[in-house]
Design a protein around this ligand. Sequence first.
Ligand SMILES: NC(=O)c1ccc[n+]([C@@H]2O[C@H](COP(=O)([O-])OP(=O)(O)OC[C@H]3O[C@@H](n4cnc5c(N)ncnc54)[C@H](O)[C@@H]3O)[C@@H](O)[C@H]2O)c1
Ligand SMILES: O=C(O)C(=O)C[C@@H](O)[C@H](O)[C@H](O)COP(=O)(O)O
Ligand SMILES: [Zn+2]
Length: 362
Amino acid sequence: MPLWHKRSRKQNLAPVNNSSIHIGSDALPALAQLLQRPGTTHVAVLADTNTARLCYPRLQPLLPDNHLLIEISAGEEHKTLSTCERVWAELTEHRFDRHSVLVCLGGGVVTDLGGFCAALYKRGIRCAVVPTTLLAQVDAGIGGKTGVDFQGFKNHLGVFQLPEAVCIEPEFLTTLDPRELRAGYAEVVKHWLIADADAFMQGRNYGLFVDDWAAVVRESVAVKQEIVAQDPLERGPRKLLNFGHTVGHALESYLLGQAGRAILHGEAIAAGMVCEAWLSVQKGLLTESELDKIETFLFSVYDKVQFVTLETEAIAELARQDKKNQGDTINCTLLEAIGRGVYDQPVTVAELADSLRYYHRL
Ligand SMILES: NC(=O)c1ccc[n+]([C@@H]2O[C@H](COP(=O)([O-])OP(=O)(O)OC[C@H]3O[C@@H](n4cnc5c(N)ncnc54)[C@H](O)[C@@H]3O)[C@@H](O)[C@H]2O)c1
Ligand SMILES: O=C(O)C(=O)C[C@@H](O)[C@H](O)[C@H](O)COP(=O)(O)O
Ligand SMILES: [Zn+2]
């Protein structure tokens, strides 16, 4: 059955291997149960400065009295090996063993970095994820991609390692900055564009004016979960989830490296999706009218990312390090229709630069 077949809205979230996903009011009780499992020796919560202040108090009553709080600085610039070293040093100092649990409480930076730390410390300790941004609830917390940035390249070091549980409490979203909510929404739109044309058509009507975020989270998690279940290690169909990321990651990496110009991951992906939808038209896969629908919608939600045309080649060059590549071939995920992604589509650096120039002209 193709990946983009119509899913039942009530579809169960089948665990991928042994990772369970809890969404809604039973999510935090499920975490409490996991932490009380006999044999658990130590519990640490990894949070960033914001989630330590805004989300940790909600978790505290569920935690054992002697738990450890490890706080890291917030922001993509801290998703690095040196932050991991700090986390590992704290675990070591407090004699965490393999029966310990690391609870990652935060957005994608905390869940990516924390998952990576848990996977490597003593070759693997238990890990639970409590995603607190929209982006992490619909995407980063799901599917076991963990890692950190390295030498300016996104997620350049990492492992696939599923957490024991993902506990999603949509109420955490109430304290989220509107810019962060908007950025996370880009991954929701990505899921629609690769796998759910009906949801895209409906979503166009309400944009960010959503009154039931929990429903949006459930639907989006179901799309990702279904794809990850088929291909956990990204040998094939999981590459669909990378739509918008060949250009998006290049743009994000380029701007992150320049003081004052960093943009959020979701903002980069929104721009990347416009570029890659345009490339899909150039390759004869998508119609002009579909491209127009995608662009109109994305520009109704996102501001244009600012760069000058002189920078397009340098940005496009960064795609040579994309993880979907094979040898010198840059493999992109494109669209063959709204709601139908297609992966392993070769593109050149020149074509990626053209797509950025197209975006710049819009
Ligand atoms: N592993 C994956 O599959 C995957 C998928 C998508 C993105 N990512 C990664 O995720 C990262 C982006 O994640 P993100 O957008 O969540 O960014 P983030 O983790 O930096 O969080 C965004 C900001 O929101 C704050 N925050 C978090 N929860 C909050 C809350 N409930 N209330 C108030 N503030 C809160 C954080 O402190 C931070 O300042 C990128 O590094 C990206 O590469 C990974
Ligand atoms: O889960 C996946 O697979 C994804 O590609 C989801 C992406 O939204 C996410 O940004 C992921 O971290 C990108 O992975 P990478 O392998 O391109 O670094
Ligand atoms: Zn992403």
